[in-house]
Each structure stands twice: as structure tokens, then as C-alpha cells.
Design a protein around this ligand. Structure first.
Ligand code: SAJ
Length: 454
């Protein structure tokens, strides 16, 4: 019988001192490596700080001079506490000039990929970033694109711009890979260092270089056996998957409102099934820079190649209508009181697209505010994280000026609102756009409650 060979984990044989010495040697080697991150938003800045923490010499480029000046002064409110402390002691060279790219061994493009009003992809930021990189690209550099794009963008848009502006040839003069970002803003468990990543490349040399770089900064798995277009597709699939599942529960919510069934009770119960079910929750809409945006990139590209994504498109339509559905919940209450929207003073609680963050991009709350105002409603917005738009400085002042409340973001502060508080301010009804309040308590207290699906 063959002797069972036990593979001994080499690391276990090394003493902590040997491991620490090895890490120090790797860090010293990395210090010779210059990494430049292009785009210092919620993706690029944490990545730049992580690369520096892991020993690389790092430069950060952004077209926003105000952001660069703030960063030079150690100011970046959107960072979490750990990242803030890294920024305070950081030696990252923050620059507004793309010449910083000339010294880079690794360039990482982390610029936004939004959509136009008609939901078609807006690649302008990415094209501009690729042009800046191309103009300063040196032979031997590894170019990594983290921005979320549909299949084809790297090979059909980015690489041609890099080659045209540098006179260099991809895979001959410089290396290229795509590693879609997977940041989840506000997530304290999964951070830039711990989220597994996927890499797509079209040559073994680029693949190896990209995998080696990410493995040197991440404490997470790196899957590197994809082609570029596959890696571009992974992100599209991840986010369309989430959007479709949210649309599913949003449709259930609208149906169950008619049927008088509490959709949250049903979803909670279905979630007890340990397999074959994944919990998603209905709400007043789908915001953010990823979920409501990315599916349109895939829809648009597939359409250009002769395929119409009916299911993904329908999911987008369902989710886009949720702000209007939320307003209709209020209209139903007013109708019973023979009132119109133009006679209502509505406290709109929450502008951010999700809990306990300040980001309002594509937020359904902004659609609700716009449509209510168009109907003549007096909208009194309040968001503890996004103070620019607040009518009043406190929640109490906001409630004192309102007759009705719409909760559009389930910030922790709003989850603590009790019926007594609303009664104190003579609030007649609450539309709970995030189903984050206790329906039974409000009904018992005689306050009209409408959730989304309950
Ligand atoms: N939402 C619902 N119901 C849900 C989940 C979310 O209505 O069950 C709404 C949220 O209120 C928000 C929007 O959808 O308005 C997006 O929420 P999100 O939790 O997906 O938050 P994002 O946009 O920050 O998504 C990020 C994404 N990360 C990347 O794209 C790299 C996404 O892929 C992650 O799945 C998501 O975080 C996550 O899982 O938290």
C-alpha cells in the first residue's frame, strides 16, 4: 500500500522570526516598486493605502484638485478609522499631474464608470484616465484596470487608447490585466484587503505579474485564470444577480401589499431554508454606483451584439419604479383623507443610498424628493450623514415641520424612531421605505403605517 504522504505546510516549519525576516525582505523589494493609483475615490484611495502598507512606494493621481489638497492634509472623511490612521502617517505622493505615472512600475485605474441619463454607458472618465496613462506610459509597466466595465471595454477601448498615446504595444512593451473592484462601501467585515479578487489577462506574463501584485497586497484568494473579457463579465454578473434578486422581492412586495401578506415575514421564514434561497429585501429603490448601473453596461453591449437582455432589463424597470411606488403608498393615505400631495408636508428621512453612509449616488431618496416636489409637496429632507441637503439640523426640527414621514434610508438613527416620537410631533402617517420600523408598534399607537410589502 503506498505510504500516505502528508504535505507539511512549509510555513509551519518557519519560526515567526524567519517569517518576519522574509516579510521584511519582501517589503524592501516592494519598496523599489512604484505603484500609481489613478482615481482616489472609494476604490482607489483604500487601495493606495493598502499598497503602501504592504511596502510599495505609492503615488495617487486624481483630477479633483480639491481632493488632492485635502489628501495632502490627511483629510478623507469617507475612509474608515483604520484607513484614516494609515492616511495620517502616509507618504503617498498625491498629485494632480499625470506625469506622476512616468515613474510607475504598476498603474491601477480606479475611475468611475457611470451611465448617462438614458442609461447608456459613460466611458468618458475611463477614456480620460487611459489617455493620461498612455501619455506617460513607460516600457515594462503593468497596467491594471479595476473600474467596472462590460466585456470588451478593456480590449476595444482602453488598450487602443494606451497604445495610441504611448506608441507602445500591449503584451510586447507593457503588461495589462483587468481586476474588477469589489469594494462594499461601509462594510466593516469585508475590506479592500480581505475581499477575494478575480484577474483577467490575455498573456501568461501579464497574468503572472498581476496575480503576483495582488497576492502581495491582499489577505484573500486571487483567481487569475480568466481572460480579460471573462473578468469583465464576472462583475457584471455579480451585480446583475443582486439587482435581479432585489427586483424579485420588490415585485413580491407590491403583490403582497394587494394580498395583505407581510412580505418580510415570508422572506424571513423562507430564509430559514439553508440552501437554495438567498435573502434580499424590498425597499423604496436601488441606489449606489454599482447595482443600478452595471446591468446597463451589459444590456448595452449585448444589444450591440444582437442580444436583448429582457430579464435583466425588466429587473431594472421594477427597481426603478420603487420610488414611485413609495410615493403611491403616501398618495393612498392622503386620498383616504381627501388630501392631495400638494397639501402635504413630508419629512424625507434619509438621502444616502444605503444605511450609515453618506453616498447619495443614484439614491432612490433623490427621486422621491424630486417627484414629490414636482407634485407640490413640501419636502423636508434630513440625513445625518449627508448634511448638505438637510433643511433642518436635527431630526426633531425636521419632524416638527412635517405631517407625514417617509423613511428612505434605514440609517441606525431612524431605526430607533418610536411611535411616541412621531406622536409627539403629530405625525399622522409613516411610509417605511426600508421596512426598518416596527409596524405593529406604530399601528397599536394609532399612527398610519405603510411599508413596502407590509
Ligand atoms: N438593496 C435593496 N435590497 C437588498 C439589498 C440592497 O433594496 O436586499 C438596495 C440598497 O438599499 C441600495 C442598493 O440596493 O440602495 C444597493 O445596495 P448594496 O447593498 O448592493 O450596496 P452597494 O451598491 O454598495 O453594492 C456593493 C456592491 N459591491 C461592488 O459592486 C463591488 C455589490 O456587488 C455587493 O453585492 C454589495 O455591495 C453588498 O453585497 O453589500
Amino acid at each position: 500500500m503506498s505510504k500516505k504522504v502528508t504535505t507539511i505546510d512549509e510555513r509551519r516549519l518557519k519560526t515567526p522570526i524567519i517569517l518576519a525576516t522574509e516579510e521584511k525582505r519582501k517589503q524592501a523589494k516592494r519598496r523599489e516598486q512604484n505603484v500609481v493609483v489613478v482615481g482616489l475615490g472609494y476604490v482607489g484611495l483604500p487601495l493606495a493605502l493598502l499598497a503602501e502598507k504592504k511596502g510599495f512606494t505609492v503615488g495617487g493621481l486624481d483630477i479633483n484638485l480639491g481632493k488632492i489638497n485635502a489628501l495632502k492634509n490627511g483629510l478623507a472623511p469617507e475612509l474608515n478609522a483604520d484607513e484614516q490612521s494609515l492616511l495620517k502617517k502616509s507618504k503617498i505622493k498625491f498629485s494632480h499631474s499625470d506625469r506622476i505615472i512616468k515613474d510607475a512600475d504598476v498603474v491601477i485605474v480606479c475611475v468611475p464608470t457611470p451611465v448617462h441619463k438614458d442609461h447608456t454607458p459613460d466611458l468618458k472618465p475611463l477614456r480620460e484616465a487611459a489617455t493620461a496613462v498612455g501619455k506617460n506610459l513607460q516600457p515594462g509597466t503593468l497596467v491594471l484596470v479595476e473600474s467596472t466595465v462590460n466585456p470588451g471595454v478593456c480590449q476595444e477601448t482602453v488598450i487602443p487608447i494606451l497604445e495610441k498615446n504611448s506608441g507602445l504595444k500591449v503584451e510586447e512593451d507593457f503588461f495589462f490585466a483587468h481586476c474588477p473592484e469589489r469594494i462594499n462601501p461601509g462594510d466593516k467585515n469585508f475590506t479592500v484587503a480581505t475581499i477575494p479578487r478575480v484577474i483577467g489577462a490575455d498573456s501568461e506574463a501579464s497574468r503572472r505579474k498581476a496575480a503576483s501584485f495582488y497576492r502581495s497586497i491582499l489577505d484573500a484568494d486571487v483567481v487569475s485564470n480568466l481572460e480579460i473579457r471573462e473578468a469583465e463579465s464576472v462583475k457584471m454578473v455579480e451585480n446583475a444577480f443582486r439587482d435581479i434578486n432585489i427586483a424579485f422581492v420588490n415585485e413580491l412586495a407590491m403583490s403582497f401589499d394587494r394580498l395583505g401578506i407581510d412580505v418580510l415575514h415570508v422572506i424571513d421564514a423562507a430564509s430559514t431554508k439553508p440552501f437554495g434561497f438567498m435573502t434580499h429585501l424590498p425597499g423604496c429603490g436601488v441606489g449606489g454606483h454599482c447595482i443600478p448601473v452595471d446591468p446597463y453596461y451589459l444590456i448595452d453591449y449585448a444589444k450591440k451584439n444582437g442580444f436583448s437582455h429582457r430579464f435583466i432589463k425588466t429587473a431594472r424597470e421594477i427597481n426603478n419604479q420603487m420610488p414611485f411606488y413609495t410615493i403611491n403608498r403616501l398618495k393612498g393615505i392622503l386620498r383616504d383623507k381627501d388630501k392631495k400631495l400638494s397639501e402635504a408636508n413630508v419629512a424625507l428621512l434619509g438621502l444616502a443610498y444605503k444605511r450609515d453612509i453618506s453616498d447619495c449616488r443614484e439614491s432612490p431618496a433623490l427621486v422621491i424628493a424630486e417627484k414629490l416636489r414636482a407634485a407640490g409637496t413640501k419636502v423636508i429632507p434630513f440625513d445625518p450623514f449627508y448634511t448638505e441637503e438637510n433643511t433642518y439640523l436635527t431630526l426633531e426640527d425636521t419632524l416638527s415641520a412635517a405631517d407625514y414621514v417617509i423613511v428612505a434610508t434605514d440609517h441606525t438613527l431612524f431605526r430607533e424612531i418610536t411611535p411616541e416620537i412621531l406622536k409627539h410631533y403629530n405625525i399622522e402617517a409613516v411610509i417605511d421605505g426600508r421596512n426598518c420600523l416596527s409596524k405593529d408598534d406604530f399601528v397599536k399607537a394609532g399612527i398610519i403605517y405603510r411599508g413596502i410589502g407590509r
